[in-house]
Design a binder for this molecule. Structure first.
Ligand SMILES: [Mg+2]
Length: 455
């Protein structure tokens, strides 16, 4: 491990919800929940105001509505989130060639490789300047962790939240980690946490005291070794650029379209097994399972689900692929099927027990916010086709606004724009009002850009 805190972890604060609050003045300081609004929807991100009520990411939307009935419930605007993510990642790439994105709003940066920091003081300066630059460019806040390893940099950014910076001085890691709960360590989910607790281990110090042999006995060889090393703050994993691009996938084209739903299901299971064999063959694991379906009319759909942690377990991949298939209409026939795993990790220290349990409950959860599978919106597009809550509209007379809600043939729009000093006015229209049409999001910062188009 290096002896300077030059690995930086950036995590944007409540990213999707913060974007919505920044673009909708009436939602500033209010509880905002972004996610799938249909019957199977889950929370992608809750604003800090909504978290006070106990709402968190990956929670079923129905439960969130019971906990926070007065929050604003919005359908994600992934196009806008992606363009803001590009701006943030661009700032990170200005610091170092070694930037490893983990999701739209989270990344590791090796500051030493970029020759911008070499000790605690220079790293602290870079981190503070980065936070200021992110605010200037996007109008949003991000939290920064700095440490001598990836694991500790991520723990530091978690401590820094929201809107802060924490630097862990090399040499102080073990003393800091010691009293923390075992759940702080990556790869320790609820099930592994319970398993350790039954063995009398609740803190990181107790893992170190138990010793490596005991950990291996409790958790198996790979997980036991990895966890013991992390408890001693040993983490040599390098920052790897552009890991997200890596994926393993397999697909089959059929000579004759498959019509039988059972047969489609069996083919998907077979492809999932083949995909896992290739994954394991390469010594990899991944978090996001992707299903690809090309239908009789050559329309191609992809569905994805992001798990709580990386997996290379065939049962987990098979179950996820089957869940994804549930959301695809295959009547009419299928000419191609594919299964892939992306978000690959170079080590497997997942919580297999938790993963399997989550799968059994049918919960497509993810521990990190903002990682919810994108097709949540696609699945619900039918019900909310024209006026999804939170999406942008333009009215010929009243200008730019967003959909506050719709139903019973009416759509309620709040007319306000990102830079406005206060909430805008609300008006209700018939859903087929010819003067109302869907619009593109406006940039959050005046003069900023969306999708590279300057406003
Ligand atoms: Mg975040």
């Amino acid at each position: 491990m290096r002896n300077a805190p030059t690995i930086l972890h950036l995590d944007m604060d409540a990213f999707f919800a913060s974007v919505e609050q920044a673009s909708k003045p009436s939602l500033r300081g209010k509880a905002v929940v972004v996610g799938g609004l249909g019957p199977r929807g889950v929370v992608a991100t809750a604003s800090y105001e909504a978290r006070v009520f106990g709402v968190h990411s990956a929670m079923p939307m129905g439960q969130a509505r019971r906990l926070a009935p007065n929050a604003a419930y919005l359908v994600p605007r992934f196009g806008l989130y992606r363009s803001i993510s590009e701006q943030v990642m661009g700032l990170l790439r200005g610091l170092s060639p070694l930037v490893e994105p983990l999701s739209l709003d989270e990344a590791f940066v090796d500051l030493e490789a970029g020759a911008v920091a070499w000790d605690a003081a220079s790293a602290q300066l870079v981190g503070e300047r980065l936070r200021a630059d992110i605010r200037a460019v996007t109008g949003l806040s991000g939290s920064v962790g700095l440490a001598a390893s990836k694991m500790l940099a991520k723990i530091a950014s978690e401590q820094a939240k929201p809107d802060g910076l924490v630097l862990i001085e090399p040499g102080t890691e073990r003393a800091m980690l010691g009293p923390m709960t075992v759940r702080t360590l990556p790869g320790v989910g609820p099930a592994t946490g319970d398993h350790l607790r039954r063995a009398g281990i609740t803190t990181v110090d107790e893992i170190a005291e138990a010793g490596e042999d005991e950990l291996v006995r409790l958790l198996g060889k790979a997980h036991g070794h990895a966890l013991y090393a992390m408890a001693l703050a040993h983490d040599e994993r390098p920052v790897v650029a552009e890991r997200e691009a890596k994926s393993v996938s397999v697909e089959d084209t059929y000579d004759v379209d498959i019509h039988d739903r059972l047969r489609v299901g069996m083919e998907v299971q077979r492809l999932a097994d083949r995909c896992v064999r290739r994954l394991r063959g390469a010594g990899l694991s991944g978090r996001t399972i992707v299903l690809k379906v090309r239908r009789y009319d050559f329309s191609t759909l992809t569905r994805s689900e992001t798990l709580r942690g990386p997996t290379d377990d065939p049962a987990v991949v098979r179950e996820a692929a089957a869940r994804l298939l549930d959301s695809v209409d295959t009547t009419g026939g299928v000419r191609l099927l594919g299964v892939g795993v992306t978000g690959l990790a170079d080590y497997t220290q997942e919580d297999l027990f938790a993963q399997a349990a989550a799968g059994a409950e049918g919960a497509a959860g993810s521990s990190a916010e903002e990682d919810v599978a994108e097709p949540v919106t696609e699945q619900e597009a039918v019900a909310e086709r024209r006026w999804p809550a939170g999406h942008d509209v333009r009215h010929a007379q009243y200008g730019h606004g967003w959909v506050q809600g719709s139903g019973l043939g009416r759509v309620t729009v709040r007319f306000e724009t990102p830079g406005a000093p206060g909430p805008g006015r609300v008006r209700t229209f018939r859903v087929d009002d010819p003067e109302l049409e869907p619009a593109e999001p406006l940039p959050l910062v005046p003069g900023g850009s969306v999708d590279g188009v300057r406003a």
